[in-house]
Design a protein around this ligand. Structure first.
Ligand code: NAD
Length: 476
């Protein structure tokens, strides 16, 4: 598959790599991998396009119309986009469909923001008019992971375009094809060539060059904390702003007075949806000691009923892990947990079904018997593995839940609204859910505390992320 640079589909790449269907082990596509030359071409194309009056001077309501045309194109091609994501990362079909719908809704949301967000006249202290205007950086890079490519890409590309930038999108090497399809849809919708470029390739080559390129003025990154740290270091050398959405190890908390059936369903969805490959996965379950035994027995029985199957099978609730290498990593981490005294309450191995043997499947897994210092309690697994830990009271809970390098999200189940408020305020997390989990709205800013990231995407501020303010003083 060629990459999109300006109006050209460029196959003449540094090298190529294969995309593999994790449900079957079969190859999908041969993808072009950008080296320095292709990244440099993309940055040149983006600067040429962003300086053209056709884009530079385009009025916000016209930019908004273009974003809506892209959303329409995504809706028309929804099945293609969903299928590309499904065969590359193995998410079940209905989840892929929901994510494409959410991605096109993100373009529509930022179309609305684009034509309604104001500049400001600020209080003057003399005989002048003072204003704050917001201007694009010029050329920005969006670097995305494989777990939810469409939604992550929309979350960056839509506000960056609404803000008036040209974008170079570098999708994950595991899931390159939905981004290429988005590039095609954007051109067809009438976006000027060069305003959205899609450069495919490896993080260590294409991604690294993009971040270090002097022509890239801002980077918006979603991915692992180690890659985020490397990008932040490179950005420090250039004194370039970065937005980092990184990993998590989110606590899902159940107090003794909670609606236990609702909590069980939520805990299961929170960790096993997408085979646990979600940055906000509720991977540490804290249950109040008085109800712990009965709650965990019911949870295990309910999770054992999950239908793990090929992603397009009827009623499939969990597909494969997105790659064979990532499944190896998950297996290794479960092995470490057992060596540290952990007990498998459910799963802990690959499924037996003959139809799943060729894919990278791993059963929903629940581990007990671990303390707060166990590796799997501290480190992100990014797979269908839940660690169960008891707690005594509110103080003990807050102490354990906050004892983590991460701070992306948390969930609280309780019938006591005062306690819900107290605990929500004390948890170190960018999103807190009370009597619900993984509820996300494009209108609400999203991001991490501590090592889960820097900056907030989504919402009105999600557009400002891609702009710099300019004070203008006008003598009267
Ligand atoms: P990753 O960090 O390996 O890769 C993410 C992207 O960065 C890929 O496109 C990759 O090619 C690129 N990349 C890697 N190293 C780079 C470098 N040095 N310079 C520039 N680009 C580089 O992450 P992944 O394995 O694709 O995704 C899983 C991780 O993403 C998990 O840790 C997960 O928690 C995190 N994630 C976070 C959020 C969030 O919003 N906070 C959302 C989804 C995923």
């Amino acid at each position: 598959m060629p990459m999109l640079i300006g109006s050209n589909w460029v196959a003449d790449a540094h090298s190529t790599f294969e995309s593999i269907n994790p449900a079957t082990g079969q190859p999908n596509f041969l993808i072009s991998a950008a080296g320095e030359a292709q990244v440099d071409q993309a940055v040149d194309a983006a600067w040429r396009a962003v300086r053209q009056p056709a884009w530079r001077d385009m009025l916000p309501h016209r930019r908004a119309a273009l974003l809506r045309a892209i959303a329409d194109g995504m809706d028309r091609n929804a099945d293609t986009l969903a299928r590309l994501q499904m065969i590359e990362n193995g998410k079940v079909w209905r989840e892929c469909q929901a994510q494409v719908a959410s991605a096109s809704a993100t373009f529509r949301y930022y179309a609305g923001v684009c034509e309604t967000l104001n500049a400001e006249v600020t209080p003057s202290r003399g005989n002048y008019l003072s204003m704050t205007q917001y201007e694009p950086y010029g050329v920005v890079a969006a670097i995305t992971p494989w777990n939810s490519p469409m939604t992550m890409e929309a979350q960056k590309v839509a506000p960056a375009l609404a803000a008036g930038n040209a974008v170079i999108l570098k999708p994950s090497e595991v899931t390159s094809s939905p981004a290429l399809e988005l590039g095609r849809i954007a051109l067809e919708a009438g976006l000027p060539p060069g305003i959205l470029n899609v450069v495919t390739g490896l993080g260590a080559a294409a991604g690294k060059r993009l971040v270090e390129h002097p022509g890239v003025r801002m980077v918006s990154f979603t991915g692992g904390t180690a890659s985020g740290r490397a990008i932040a270091r490179a950005a420090a050398d250039k004194l370039m702003p970065v937005a980092l959405e990184l990993g998590g190890k989110s606590p899902h908390i159940v107090f003794g007075d909670a609606d236990q059936q609702a909590a069980i369903e939520s805990v299961i969805g929170g960790i096993f949806e997408g085979s646990g490959q979600s940055c906000v996965a509720g991977s540490r379950l804290y249950v109040q000691r008085g109800i712990a035994q009965a709650f965990i027995e019911q949870l295990v029985a309910r999770a054992a009923q999950l239908k793990i199957d090929l992603p397009d099978a009827d009623g499939a609730q969990m597909g494969p892990i997105a790659s064979f290498g990532h499944r190896d990593k998950i297996e290794g981490m479960v092995g470490t947990a057992l060596a540290e005294g952990g007990e498998v309450l459910l799963g802990g191995r690959r499924p037996d079904a003959a139809a799943l043997q060729a894919g990278a499947f791993y059963l929903p897994t629940i581990l007990g018997g671990l303390g707060r210092d166990a590796h799997v309690v501290r480190e992100e697994i990014f797979g269908p593995v839940l660690c169960v830990l008891p707690f005594d009271d509110e103080d003990d809970l807050v102490d354990q839940a906050n004892d983590s390098a991460y701070g992306l999200a948390a969930g609280i189940w309780t019938a006591d609204y005062r306690r819900a408020w107290r605990v929500a305020r004390q948890l170190e997390a960018g999103s807190v859910w009370i009597n619900t989990y993984k509820q996300l709205s494009i209108a609400t800013p999203f991001g991490g505390f501590k090592q889960s990231g820097i900056g907030r995407e989504k919402g009105l501020s999600g557009l400002r992320l891609y702009q710099q303010s300019k004070g203008i003083y006008w003598g009267m």
